[in-house]
Design a protein around this ligand. Structure first.
Ligand SMILES: Cc1cc2nc3c(=O)[nH]c(=O)nc-3n(C[C@H](O)[C@H](O)[C@H](O)COP(=O)(O)OP(=O)(O)OC[C@H]3O[C@@H](n4cnc5c(N)ncnc54)[C@H](O)[C@@H]3O)c2cc1C
Length: 388
């Protein structure tokens, strides 16, 4: 039996680990030879974490957990033919777990911006750009995020990392004694950026902007980015020596070109068991899958892992004739520790509850501790806390 997992991120790695726990042979295909721990990558641009330390080598994980890894780029998926094509060869499968993540909305002049949510290497480029400006001794740094006009649930907006990067840069500049020489601006096209974290968290954002001396620019659509500014729909401009922008999420072109059922944004339609609609042997998990009926939810790493857990459980039970099934909807919530360089805020949101607890200093160390825990628990060097 050939079980393929496509993608070596949060969802793919967790699926491969869980499939091995159920004693299935599994092959994971990824175009990178490492898993990138995005939540702690926000410290790479400010020099507080190395690029290498933010990776988990897939070969090491494969050895520890007993799955097979192939480093290869998938180019085409033909679900009706049970076939996946890549740069190197053609793979056929009996069962498929798609965990390829998401792409980003194309915008004019995006090449003049850098994103902390893009290719992992981009975090190092951002670090170099910040260092260049620090050497110059002054400048305008703008940090922002956008949405996807096609996405009604707004699960494709990734605001948290933009805030984290922004506040961390402010702390770095202060540590260098240069805070007064730099103008830091947060910009977003929507009127209420950050609302996804919940009303409570959103209402506290003003105090964060004041504390870190950040100017704000909301509610105007972005026309284009240039090498020196951001131009808005009314042709007003925001000067920028360095633009750090997280574009809205979009379905990957590879997925859009496939024969899989998709929503308008290009995410794969799944049921609450994470099985792709109309298929009995294909699951889609993580950022690549469309979250429906929960408009408050967000695409997150822990949701990707919940989906992997749910999909592999349901797969195993259906294969072994057991009736019990799991729903990822029952375990859906937003949870994050939003780091600000010298502190953090704990944010949690469910369909009915919203929590925001400021955690000065200790929150920063909690998030650092999570990064350490994540790596070591995945390497089986320590006990795994259920649900984390
Ligand atoms: C800066 C940042 C901070 C974040 N902070 C948090 C946080 O604090 N908490 C939280 O819960 N979530 C956080 N997130 C969100 C979280 O990282 C994502 O939701 C998560 O990575 C999704 O996992 P995934 O496996 O679906 O996709 P990814 O992690 O993106 O993995 C996709 C995988 O597919 C592979 N791939 C892509 N295309 C191909 C191809 N054609 N062929 C072969 N392989 C391919 C990639 O190499 C990668 O291995 C953050 C995200 C970012 C960017």
């Amino acid at each position: 039996m050939q079980i393929l997992v496509l993608g070596g991120g949060f969802a793919g790695v967790e699926a491969a680990i869980k499939l091995r726990k159920y004693k299935h042979e599994v092959t994971l295909i990824s175009d990178r030879d490492y898993m990138f721990i995005y939540p702690v990558s926000i410290w790479i641009p400010v020099g507080k974490r190395s690029f290498e330390d933010t990776q988990l080598k897939l070969s090491e994980l494969a050895k520890i957990h007993g799955f097979k890894v192939i480093i290869d780029t998938i180019t085409k998926i033909e679900s009706q033919k049970n076939t996946v094509y890549s740069e190197q060869k053609t793979y056929t499968f009996d069962y498929l777990f798609i965990a390829l993540g998401m792409g980003k909305v194309k915008m004019n002049g995006l090449n003049y911006t850098h994103s902390i949510c893009g290719k992992p290497e981009e975090s190092v480029v951002i670090k170099e750009q910040i260092e260049n400006l620090i050497t110059k001794g002054k400048g305008n740094i703008t940090v922002g995020f956008g949405g996807n006009p096609k996405d009604t649930t707004a699960t494709t907006v990734r605001g948290g990392p933009a805030f984290e990067l922004l506040f961390n840069i402010s702390v770095l500049l202060k540590e260098k004694g240069l805070r007064d020489q730099f103008k830091l601006t947060f910009f977003a096209p929507m009127a209420e950026p950050g609302k996804r974290m919940g009303d409570k968290a959103y209402s506290k954002m003003d105090s964060f902007f004041k504390h870190y001396h950040v100017e704000t620019h909301f509610g105007k659509k972005i026309k284009e980015f240039t090498d020196k500014d951001i131009i808005f729909e009314d042709d007003s401009k925001l000067d920028s020596d360095l633009t750090l922008f997280i574009a809205g999420g979009d379905g990957l072109q590879l997925i859009k070109d496939s024969d899989l059922p998709l929503n308008d944004t290009g995410f794969i339609q799944i049921n609450e068991m994470c099985r792709v609609e109309g298929h009995t042997h294909i699951y889609a998990i993580g950022d690549a899958a469309a979250i429906i009926d929960h408009p408050w939810a967000a695409k997150q790493g822990h949701v990707a892992e919940v989906m992997a857990d749910v999909a592999t459980f349901n797969f195993h039970n259906s294969l072994t004739g057991k009736e019990k099934r799991m729903s990822y909807w029952e375990r859906l919530h937003i949870i994050c520790v939003m780091d600000s360089g010298d502190g953090a805020a704990f944010i949690m949101r469910t369909a009915t509850k919203e929590i925001m607890i400021p955690l000065p200093i200790v929150g920063h160390w909690m998030k650092k501790g999570w990064g350490w825990y994540y790596k070591n628990s995945k390497k089986k060097r320590m006990f795994r806390i259920p649900g984390m």
